[in-house]
Write a protein that binds this ligand. Structure first.
Ligand code: KG4
Ligand code: ZN
Length: 348
């Protein structure tokens, strides 16, 4: 079965074709990726300091068809060889989701194929199964993206239990907002991480919110405010050289990343202990963060659990994870399949 996946929930247009034979034969799951096309709108939104929803929708319209052609060419397939169409149903920007949904449903109707609406986060949390060291079920997923921070217990495909989540900002949001405070471009997650590498450890005593709370929830808005307070204090002080300024930013980035990583790691360990799971997967855009990966690897060595990552290029939004999640859903049961033409998106 060949499944087409369409992702348009935010600022990436992703299209991919996945062949379920690899999964069904127990081969490396990534072998099923036949073709993929991805366009990031980051450069377009950068001058506004964030995603502009209307521009995002319009750009998805422009990109989706050429990306489908590109994916088909890579896969050496024609439209007639597709068996089902999966698309991101939500959460995300309503207008952006409508583009993917309208496109997927129209195509499915035209070709008389079933379509399947996929939860964006399900795409993220199953993507580590496409890595070279795939986890076995059950596993804990630490989902850290621009919109979400969650710990999930995944017992099998389609069976997810939310163990904890952020009460305010998502981890990626905290990265992006802090990046702005340090004068970095949107989205600043990767840039902060790079800057932090040049920073001195422990110069600022920033909070590690909810580190010792008994639950598995998170809160990152206080951490961002603590960074803002340091910036204000610095700005109010005497004039410094550009070198001192650069060092201040790097040191502050370091302390910010260290605090955030400490909380994510500690809560993940707690979730593993509570459930008795031996496998942890890291998913979502912040999962590309090297400091977080090193800290988790370090703990895994001592802690008797394994950490699994999606391939780095599949950490941020893409069409492959939607094609793959849709394919696994269809193999597991056919309940989610639809032949309806209604554009039933779920932005929230
Ligand atoms: O999963 P994703 O592509 O989109 C959402 O579903 O939100 O995640 C995007 C988020 C952004 O906040 C971005 O700053 C963050 O992931 N991000 C990073 C890194 N790469 C992307 N955060 C920290 N370190 C990185 N290397
Ligand atoms: Zn995402």
């Amino acid at each position: 079965m060949i499944v087409l996946g369409i992702e348009t929930s935010c600022d990436e247009t992703g299209v991919a074709l996945y062949d379920t034979a690899a999964w069904e034969n127990g081969d490396l799951a990534a072998k099923g990726i036949l073709g993929q096309g991805l366009h990031s709108q980051i450069a377009m939104h950068r001058e506004y300091g964030g995603v502009v929803p209307e521009l995002a929708s319009r750009d998805h319209i422009r990109r989706v068809l050429p990306l489908l052609d590109e994916s088909l060419a890579q896969a050496k397939l024609t439209l007639g060889q597709i068996d089902a169409v999966a698309f991101t149903q939500g959460p995300g920007l309503a207008g952006a989701l409508l583009v993917g949904s309208a496109f997927a449903k129209s195509l499915a109707q035209g070709l008389n194929l079933p379509s399947i609406g996929v939860h964006h986060l399900e795409g993220h949390l199953l993507s580590p199964l496409l890595g070279t060291s795939a986890p076995s079920f059950p596993f804990i997923a630490l989902l850290v993206s621009g919109g979400h921070t969650q710990l999930m217990l995944v017992s099998k495909v389609g069976h997810y239990e939310l163990l904890g989540e952020t009460l305010d900002d998502a981890a990626g949001e905290a990265f992006d907002k802090t990046a702005k405070l340090l004068g970095l471009d949107y989205p600043g997650g990767a840039a902060i991480s790079k800057l932090a590498e040049k920073g001195q450890v422990g110069r600022f005593d920033l909070p590690k919110p909810m580190l010792h709370s008994k639950d598995l929830d998170f809160s990152f808005s206080g951490l961002k405010t603590a960074v803002l307070n340091q910036v204000k204090k610095w700005d109010a002080g005497e004039l410094k050289s550009p070198e001192q300024m650069a060092q201040f930013h790097a040191d502050l980035a370091r302390s910010f990343v260290d605090s955030l990583v400490a909380v994510l790691v500690s809560k993940s360990e707690k979730a593993l202990k509570q459930t008795g799971c031996k496998h942890l997967v890291l998913a979502g855009g912040v999962g590309a963060n090297q400091q977080l990966r090193s800290a988790l690897n370090e703990k895994a060595k001592k802690g008797g659990f394994e950490v699994h990552y999606p391939p780095l290029e599949l950490c941020t939004d893409n069409g492959v994870m939607i094609a793959f999640a849709g394919a696994l859903r269809m193999l597991a049961d056919s309940k989610g399949l639809s032949k309806s033409g209604a554009f039933d998106i779920k932005p929230r």
